[in-house]
Ligand binder design. Structure first.
Ligand SMILES: [Zn+2]
Length: 76
């Protein structure tokens, strides 16, 4: 699950990706902090973990994933 958020301190556009565990564990309160300025933006409960990156990084990674798919299945 992806959530778009902007940092209240440095105004960076951030993407929070929640990775759930495959098995259900007890949910714990996790701090969401800005990777740019370390400002704590939010606190959310999860039984997995949160991966926070800037929109730019996120877009770049998606682009890399798309290229990988093309590399893996060039014959199909
Ligand atoms: Zn920030």
């Amino acid at each position: 699950m992806e959530t778009l958020i902007s940092c209240t301190n440095c105004k960076s556009e951030l993407v929070i990706v929640e990775d759930k565990l495959f098995y259900s564990a007890e949910e714990s309160e996790t701090n969401i902090s800005c990777p740019i300025c370390n400002n704590t933006i939010d606190q959310k409960k999860t039984d997995g973990w949160f991966f926070i990156q800037t929109v730019t990084e996120y877009e770049k990674e998606k682009e890399i994933e798309r290229k990988k798919e093309r590399l893996i299945y060039p014959i199909l």
